[in-house]
Design a protein around this ligand. Structure first.
Ligand code: F6P
Length: 366
């Protein structure tokens, strides 16, 4: 029987459970066995209870649950050769040489590195007598598929990542909630939004939440932004607006790379406009809770596609991420997607924002 391992790695995201469920049930439907690797790569490194078979019913009642029921972690040991040797040995104990990894770009890069090292790791394990030559010969390559699990929506090549839509819903709900208390008191609120180096969540939330001002990493404000922002908010008040809401991405900064923080914006509004201002840091509320309908169906379709991908893969296959392009499930070359994502980050670091936006919008073969 073909055996598939599934793991979630890096920060959790709503919809990961839907993907795991789809992987398990599609795998069983197509005649394979599916194994959970628990707590991210840690389960593979540790072996024992870290790897266990999942049956159809084991993934019942998880579709609507946030987080990941098989656990996640950022595993340091897996970055070292000793950790990778242990992981390969434990996977082979279960006859697993096909893997579906649900995680961010770091997890996906780590997985591809492991895939490239695999023949070497297997040869070393056989040489040292930790596995038989027969096992080594039967599993000469590792076949992988990646799903992007991250609320940040920061991977080039896919329109959406698992969890981004749910996080956006959570943020917009919070903005609506804040707006009512803000309006009652005629207060201003500065809301810090997650997304690491990516402005997707704050930008979309600002539009959907009808906010007054937003700071995102990819489009830092020009010098003198303090005056512009205050003027805009002042005129909003003058026009009768009862609430003012400013969103600040956690990765926001000015044109010189100096961070723009929620507290700094709050102080500005208080000092220059005399506004009664509060800061709300949404934090991990954004990453928790039930996945949206979109995240549930997208993750289900992606999980299904990922199983097909690993079952059809051959040792020579190019590893893919399964993502969404133009509202269709698409195969995206993993290495290029990660490289281009890093390219975007480099442009942002060098403050070449036009190049960053172009690189983010770059498509594969279109
Ligand atoms: O990548 C997801 C994310 O929630 C980011 O938006 C945020 O910067 C980071 O993870 C927070 O990480 P942690 O959960 O380790 O505090």
């Amino acid at each position: 029987t073909t055996r598939i391992g599934v793991l979630t790695s890096g920060g959790d995201a709503q919809g990961m459970n839907a993907a795991v469920r789809a992987v398990v049930r599609t795998g069983i439907h197509l005649g394979a066995e599916v194994y959970a690797i628990r707590e991210g790569w840690q389960g593979a490194v540790d072996g024992g209870d870290g790897i266990s078979r999942l049956d159809w019913d084991d993934v019942g009642s998880v579709l609507h649950r946030g987080g990941t029921v098989i656990g996640t972690a950022r595993c340091r040991e897996f970055r070292e050769r000793a950790g990778q040797l242990a992981a390969a040995r434990h996977l082979l104990e279960h006859g697993i040489d096909r893997l579906i990894v649900i995680g961010g770009d770091g997890s996906l890069t780590g997985t591809d590195e492991f895939r490239r090292n695999w023949p070497d790791l297997v040869a070393e394990l056989a040489r040292e007598g930790q596995i038989t030559q027969e096992v080594a010969d039967a599993h000469t390559s590792l076949m992988i598929a990646g799903l992007v699990g991250s609320i940040d929506n920061d991977l080039v090549g896919t329109d959406m990542t698992i969890g981004a839509d749910s996080a956006l819903h959570r943020i917009v709900d919070a903005i609506d909630t804040i707006a009512s208390t803000a309006a009652s008191h005629q207060r201003s609120f500065v809301v810090e939004v997650m997304g690491r180096h990516c402005g997707y969540l704050p930008l979309m939330a600002a539009i959907a939440g009808g906010c007054d001002y937003v700071f995102v990493p990819e489009d830092p404000p020009a010098d003198g932004w303090e005056d512009d922002m205050c003027e805009l908010l002042r005129s909003g008040r003058a026009a009768g607006r009862r609430d003012s809401i400013v969103l600040v991405a956690e990765g926001a900064h000015d044109r010189h790379g100096t961070p723009i923080t929620a507290t700094q914006v709050k102080d500005l509004l208080a000092e220059r406009l005399g506004e009664d201002t509060r800061v709300t840091i949404l934090g991990h509320v954004q990453r928790g809770g039930s996945p949206s309908a979109y995240d549930r169906w997208m993750s289900t379709l992606l999980g299904y596609a990922a199983v097909q991908e690993v079952l059809e893969a051959t040792p020579d296959s190019v590893p893919h991420i399964l993502g969404v392009r133009h509202n269709r499930i698409a195969q995206i070359p993993l290495v290029e997607a990660v490289q281009q994502t890093r390219e975007v980050a480099r442009h942002v670091e060098r403050q070449d924002y036009e190049a960053a936006v172009t690189a983010r919008g770059a498509s594969f073969g279109e």
